[in-house]
Structures are given as C-alpha cells and as structure tokens.
Design a protein around this ligand. Structure first.
Ligand code: SF4
Length: 452
C-alpha cells in the first residue's frame, strides 16, 4: 500500500462554512437603517435617477444622512481626508448604505470610497501620477495604444462613484484640494480623432472603453461610441468597462433606454460576428447584494458576457476567505472572475497596497477552490507601461527590500520594469534602508543588475 496516502480533508469539506454563503444575497431594506434614508421606499431606491441625484458629494451630506450614527471623531477624520485625497467624493446611496456604520474605520466600502485623513501613508518614493505611463503610449488624446492589437479608449472622465484608489486619479472626477486636474467629461471632437486613429491601425482588433465609466454616457452617446467602433472593419471586440454593476446596479435594472443601448450594441456586434462584452469591477463581497444578482441576471438574459477585474487591497479583500468568497459569488452570478490586480503605485494609495509575496500567496490559496476558468489571474500592471504580467512571472524579486524586476517582451522588448512593495510592510531594517536616497537607489540598481 502506498505510504504517502493520508487522510486529508475531503475537498467538499474545504472552506465548508462558505459553501452556501455565496448563494445568499442581501435583499432587505438595509438603507432604512440610516436616519436620512428611513423614509426612502424600495421603488425610490431602485430608481437609477434617484441614486445618481442623491449621490453623496460632500462630507456634510454624509453627516446629514447618518445623524447620530457618525461620531464627531470620524467626521473630523473624513474632513482631514479631503485635504489629502486625490479623488473627490462621489458615492451612490446604495453603496453608502451598505457601509457598516457601527464600524466605519474597518469597513471595506468606507475604505474604498470615503477616505479618512488618519489612514493615509506617505507615497512611495517611486510612485507616479501616471504610474502605468498611459499618457506616454497615447497617440491621440483619450486613447492609449500599448499592446499590438488592443487600444484603451477613455470617452469620459465621469463615474457614478469615485474610488479613492483610482489609477487615473490624475484625470477622473475633477480637481481636489491636493490635485489640479483637466477632467474633460465628454468631448465628441476628441472621439472623432480616436475613431480615425483606429481606422489607420489595421492590426487593432480589441477596444476597451473605460474612463471614467460607461454608465455616465447617455444612451445616445453609448450607441454613438459603440456603433462607430463596430463599423470600423478591423475592430472585432469591444469591452465596455463599468464599475456600475457593482456600485450602481439600479442603472442596469431601471434605466431601460441605457440598457437598451447596451443590448443594441451587443446585438449589432453579434450580427456582424463581433463581440461586445462588459468588464466590471467588484472588489469585495460587501458590494454584492440581490440588486447585483438581478443586474447580472439581466445581462445574462441578454446574452452579454460579464467579466470582473478586482484590485487587491489591504483591508478590503486581502484574505483567503474573502477572495474565495468573492470568486464564488461572482461565478454564481455568471460573472467570470477574470483578473485581480496588484495595486498601482499611484498617489494617496500606499495604505491600500500589498506585497507581491502576499499576492502570490493569495493566488496559490484561491487556485483549486473552483474551476480554472472561474479562477482569477493575479497580475501586476507594470509601472512604466509594461502591461499586465502574471504575479509570479517577475525576473527577480528581492523580498527583503520589496523590489521586483520584470520584463515585457511583447510590449516593450529589451526594457526592464520595477514594482515596489509598500515600505511599511517591510522589516524595520529594510524600511531604514529605504529612507536613505542613495541606499535606496543602490538597492534598485543591484536588483536590476541581477537580471541584465
Ligand atoms: S470607477 Fe474606475 S475610473 Fe471611476 S473612479 Fe473608480 S477606478 Fe476610477
């Protein structure tokens, strides 16, 4: 008899407590627990226009809605946060009401959308406003062309919520106390230049519409963008990126004109033999309710493929339990858990970032808990414009000093890229080394030399 057979836990028992939780979706009138929403009916709350009209844009609005539920200490901390954050506040009542206001400090939704002054850490010495160098690879405004056959088109800079960690905080959501921005909203003249450019690039088959968020385009604008792209012969695939499914599901359920524009594009694409799909952005299970399930069901009924792109964030989703549950819940809603990104090295986000090691460990823990096609790929989008690379595909990783070196042979042949773990997660000795400019540069040079 083989000696290496052991009586391990049967796979059906692994993570047993979570086995059915992913099939349960919150469906109570949770918003009524907040004093400001006590009289809001289900019909009002379900209305996409009501959600947008009542978005929270100022700390004082939050205070008015929460009343006695918000302590003066947290209120002052939010005000401090506004002096620092590169992102303005914009949050739908739906997400605002899902925050656990008995513990706002630790709530993953509050962390993502309502920054506190006390949570910020100094930016990493090698952070950049345009960490992914999207502007560098931009042949015309609002367009990034980095990969051979794919372009990224940003037709708007508006979103129904503003995420504190937005990788495009240099553009999205208007100027803040700490950052001046040229937020352009919608500019159709610039769209024309984008369409003309794509026509001149016959190798481009894939267009990602991002921003900004597609739910902030009107139905007519969405149709105009989508039809213009589908009518370009070389375009074969359009991905419409929207966080809306996660933070504004009412848009998919009650704005029939907009939803009709989306399904119209999908049908037009299918008739032409082209793909029109939705990429959404759930980062944690707290964002998922029966409203999300209904929105995903409606997309599924229309035959539209939905994929998810999450960002790995400390205190939001960086535990095995949360990541496995997120993966299962997404799969249950017929959303493919496509990517989990390492956090970009953009301003105001150091407290969110995790180490490459942590990402690798989570990837290992999630893999095998469900079918491979429903397992997210953990990637690092390389600072400097190398594109997305699998989390374990670095050329060299100095774990002690948090320095990883990467290559991107098909994107920028011959060039090396670096990603840095957050300094506060390193040993005290390593933190001290990072404090000294010369030592820090020598460590980075040494890591690069290992690969050259
Ligand atoms: S929805 Fe996307 S583009 Fe808009 S603020 Fe959030 S991360 Fe940025």
């Amino acid at each position: 008899m083989a000696t290496n057979v052991h009586t391990s836990t049967h796979p059906s028992k692994l993570l047993a407590p979570t086995m059915s939780q992913h099939r349960t979706f919150k469906n109570d009138e949770f918003w009524r627990a907040l004093p400001g929403y006590a009289d809001v009916s289900r019909e009002e709350f379900a209305d996409a226009r009501w959600q947008l009209k009542h978005s929270i844009r100022k700390v004082d609005q939050a205070k008015n809605i929460l009343g006695h539920l918000l302590s003066e200490e947290v209120y002052q901390d939010m005000i401090q946060g506004q002096h620092i954050t590169p992102m303005n506040i914009r949050i739908t009542p739906y997400i605002f009401a899902l925050i656990d206001w008995s513990d706002p400090i630790n709530d993953p939704l509050r962390k993502q959308f309502l920054p506190l002054g006390s949570q910020f850490l100094p930016d990493h010495p090698y952070y950049a406003e345009d960490s992914l160098a999207e502007d560098e690879d931009s042949p015309v405004e609002e367009l990034t062309h980095r990969y051979h056959d794919k372009v990224l088109f940003l037709p708007t800079t508006l979103c129904p919520v503003y995420c504190s960690y937005c990788t495009r905080s240099r553009l999205i959501g208007g100027s803040t106390e700490s950052v001046e921005k040229e937020t352009y909203g919608v500019n159709k003249k610039k769209w024309e230049a984008v369409f003309e450019y794509i026509k001149t690039q016959p190798q481009v088959e894939d267009v990602v519409l991002s921003g900004g968020d597609a739910t902030m385009l009107t139905a007519a604008q969405l149709t105009e963008v989508g039809e213009s792209l589908l009518n370009i012969p070389n375009v074969r695939r359009i991905r419409i990126a929207t966080k809306g499914v996660a933070i504004y599901p009412q848009k998919f359920l009650t704005d029939d004109a907009w939803f009709g524009a989306l399904t119209g594009l999908h049908k037009m694409g299918r008739d032409m033999g082209k793909q029109v799909v939705v990429h959404t952005h759930f980062s944690c299970t707290h964002e998922i309710t029966d409203w999300s399930k209904q929105a995903c069901d409606r997309l599924f009924d229309a035959g539209i493929i939905v994929r998810n792109q999450a960002v790995l964030q400390a205190g939001v989703n960086n535990t095995v339990e949360e990541m496995v549950m997120l993966t299962r819940k997404l799969a249950y809603m017929n959303v493919q858990p496509y990517y989990v990104y390492m956090h970009d090295m953009v301003p105001g986000c150091e407290h969110f970032r995790t180490t490459i090691k942590e990402g690798e460990e989570l990837e290992k823990a999630v893999r095998g808990t469900t079918a491979g096609f429903n397992t997210p790929t953990f990637v690092c989008d390389l600072p400097g414009g190398g594109g997305k690379r699998h989390i374990a595909s670095y050329e060299y990783y100095d774990q002690e000093n948090g320095i990883s070196v990467w290559s991107a042979p098909n994107v920028k042949p011959g060039k090396l890229f670096t990603y840095f773990d957050p300094i506060h997660k390193l040993s005290k000795d390593a933190q001290a080394r990072w404090m000294d400019e010369k030592t820090r540069q020598a460590m980075v040079d040494e890591a690069i030399k290992k690969v050259e």
